[in-house]
Design a protein around this ligand. Structure first.
Ligand code: FES
Ligand SMILES: [Fe+2]
Length: 427
């Protein structure tokens, strides 16, 4: 890019702070990362019936996801083929056809032009059947077990290739349903923060920060996790017998294509108590007692699929991260209803997310404050490098190309920035 040497901004163990603050770099990220790779659009349970739609904005592009009459799901550019007005204005709903508010052109659920008022006034050489007069589909749309992704690029890796072994996060979340079916139509927490999208992504692989950033939760007086679903009392242990923070010992995994995962503090503790015993019985009826116990152990805190969505396995939620500008990001957190589990389990999950991940929570707000301070501090002159060196050169790779960093390694951040650099370097 004119005047910017992208390769000089990412070192093995440090990042130049301009990658968070420079609007020109943000524009290039949209072009070379977000418009090139697979982006999570939404879950099929949000559009259950033919005509159900969800509209959204992706990097300045209006988009609509819509269930078709044949049950397939399409992802369309939300643009009228007449003079370009945004057609679907509601965030969600159900429609037989989409009608543009301006001159009344109508479109079928697949985006094809369905009706033009006073059509006879167009000259014969204007082809209104040209697909360009409709609402075009994004070049590629694919679905992994109900998670709908799309790509603005007609070429590139398939969704299966892009996700690779990171599909295990989605599989583990779905396994939590006694019917192996999940539903994301139960509401959403939605908020924006004045910081770069990479702050949130790095944070999702950061087991180093909780003891400082979330001390109101994890210190001696911290009580938030007492309300973990299924808990009947007491506080989850946050330190081992030597006083070492447990969260800093759980480890981080780095998958191909920038995906990351954190271990769980609760991996050896199967959730018990109250309605969770009924839930356990429903899982055991399908899988047997041993596997039900294993599912309830939450081996993984989350699995973050670069660069658009985080599967929160421990909290039973899905978090979307949508960049808007270099210093503005939108986050949406959906509680997951595990189909076949007692209804109280979903209510517990919503309550827990209110405490941990809502805009008024005790936990996520700590992170949002840190992201804001990063954004401000990274404008300071003097020393422009941000260090991501924890555990560097002690990472271990398994046969699937998945790397593991012990303790509070910054392997996840290094993995994200390595992929960032490789995508940004391709014109
Ligand atoms: S802009 Fe949509 S009908 Fe004219
Ligand atoms: Fe955090």
């Amino acid at each position: 890019m004119d005047g910017i040497d992208i390769g000089s901004l990412v070192r093995d163990d440090a990042i130049h702070q301009s990658v968070y603050t420079d609007p020109k770099i943000f524009d290039l990220e949209v072009e070379r990362i977000f418009r090139r790779v697979w982006i999570y659009i939404g879950h099929e349970s949000e559009v259950k019936e033919p005509g159900d739609f969800q509209s959204l904005d992706l990097f300045g592009q209006p988009i609509v996801m819509v269930r078709q009459r044949d049950q397939s799901i399409k992802v369309l550019f939300n643009r009228c083929g007449h003079r370009g007005a945004k057609v679907v204005n509601e965030p969600c709903g159900n429609a037989h056809t989409f009608r543009c508010c301006y001159h009344g052109w109508a479109f079928k659920l697949d985006g094809a032009l369905a009706g033009v008022p006073q059509r006879e006034d167009y000259p014969a050489d204007v082809d209104l059947d040209d697909p360009a007069r409709g609402m075009p589909s994004l070049p590629r749309v694919a679905n992994y077990r109900g998670f709908v992704f799309a790509s603005f690029s007609p070429t590139g890796q398939s969704l299966a290739e892009w996700l690779g072994p990171a599909t295990m996060g989605i599989d583990e979340l779905i396994a939590c349903s006694p019917e192996e079916k999940i539903d994301l139509s139960g509401g959403v927490h939605r908020y924006r923060y004045r910081g770069n999208w990479k702050h949130q992504f790095e944070n999702l692989a950061d087991t180093y920060h909780p003891n400082a950033a979330h001390d109101s939760t994890v210190d001696e007086d911290g009580m938030q996790f007492k309300r973990r679903p299924g808990s009947t009392g007491g506080r989850a242990p946050f330190y081992d017998k030597d006083g070492m923070p447990l969260v800093s010992k759980i480890g981080v995994w780095a998958f191909p294509n920038g995906h990351t995962s954190e271990g769980s503090m609760f991996s050896s503790v199967s959730q018990t108590g109250g309605v969770w015993e009924e839930y356990r019985a429903a899982l055991a009826a399908r899988h047997g007692a041993e596997k039900a116990d294993d599912i309830l152990k939450q081996k993984r805190h989350s699995l973050t699929i670069y660069p658009s969505v985080d599967i929160l396995i421990a909290q039973h939620a899905v978090r979307i991260v949508r960049p808007i500008a270099a210093d503005l990001t939108e986050v949406l957190v959906y509680p997951v209803r595990m189909v076949g589990a007692p209804p109280q389990v979903f209510r517990d999950i919503v309550k827990y997310l209110n405490i941990t991940h809502s805009a008024g929570s005790f936990v996520q707000t700590d992170d949002l404050e840190a992201f804001r301070r990063c954004q401000i501090g990274q404008s300071a002159e003097g020393s422009p490098w941000c260090l991501i060196a924890r555990g560097h050169r002690s990472d271990v790779t398994d046969n699937n190309g998945v790397m593991h960093g012990d303790r509070a390694s910054e392997i996840g951040q290094r993995n994200q920035h390595k992929v960032w650099l490789s995508l940004m370097n391709v014109r």
